[in-house]
Design a protein around this ligand. Structure first.
Ligand SMILES: [Zn+2]
Ligand SMILES: [Zn+2]
Length: 218
């Protein structure tokens, strides 16, 4: 997947140095490039040496003489970058994907990009862990007589057989047609629930046929 991510990116103008192109950092004169200042205090018989980061160069030991006009000497600017990442199969809501595509730190380690995954509900499939649940409508005639039909799975269409005399809410298991999981072996299954539709309206002919059927079973 690819997203456009707003983040701090290295300044192209100065290659992250913060210096105007053609110029360099100069050694801090307050600390002679040491990055820290030492103070010696005499307390009677003892003398204490304390070291603190140099306030002039903020501990860097060098200073930007002429800042880059593009990043004002920061070495990085706010920008948008196309970021590519892989979604491993079997990922679930609440899982995280971490890559090193966070804010860019010139002369340092880039920050992390942490993506929290939120799985959107599917119109036909429901998921529970590794297993997939799917409702398939059939007519009461198909339930009574039996039939063969195709159902969608995550792995393509599968043929299922409805036995004659199938009852409403019969579950048919399609082994291995679920989701493969990142942290465990094996693949889940798909469960097809057979939903038997009773017609809400019948025409006269159909009514007669069903009455005829009724007479044979009375
Ligand atoms: Zn710059
Ligand atoms: Zn300094």
């Amino acid at each position: 997947m690819e997203i456009n991510l707003q983040k701090q990116i290295k300044c192209d103008n100065c290659q992250g140095s913060g210096c105007k192109p053609g110029t360099n950092k100069k050694t801090c004169t307050s600390c002679n490039g040491q990055g820290e200042v030492r103070q010696t205090r005499n307390m009677g018989f003892a003398s204490f040496v304390t070291a603190a980061p140099c306030p002039t160069c903020r501990g860097q030991g060098s200073m930007i003489e002429t800042p880059c006009s593009n990043c004002k000497g920061q070495g990085r600017v706010k920008g948008t970058k196309k970021v590519d990442f892989q979604i491993p199969p079997g990922i679930d809501t609440g899982d995280y994907i971490v890559s090193n595509e966070g804010n860019e730190i010139p002369d340092g380690i880039n920050g992390d990009l942490v993506i929290r995954v939120n799985i959107q509900p599917h119109t036909h499939f429901k998921r529970d862990g590794k297993d997939i649940f799917y409702d398939r409508d059939i007519s009461m005639v198909d339930a009574a007589l039996g039939c063969e039909l195709m159902v969608p799975t995550l792995h393509g269409e599968e043929k299922i057989k409805i036995d004659s005399g199938s009852q409403p809410n019969t579950i048919i298991k399609l082994k291995g047609k679920g989701v493969s999981h990142i942290n465990s072996r094996g693949t889940g299954d798909q469960y097809v629930r057979v939903v038997v539709n009773i017609p809400k309206k019948l025409n006269k002919h159909q009514k007669n046929l069903l009455n005829e059927f009724k007479d044979t079973t009375d």
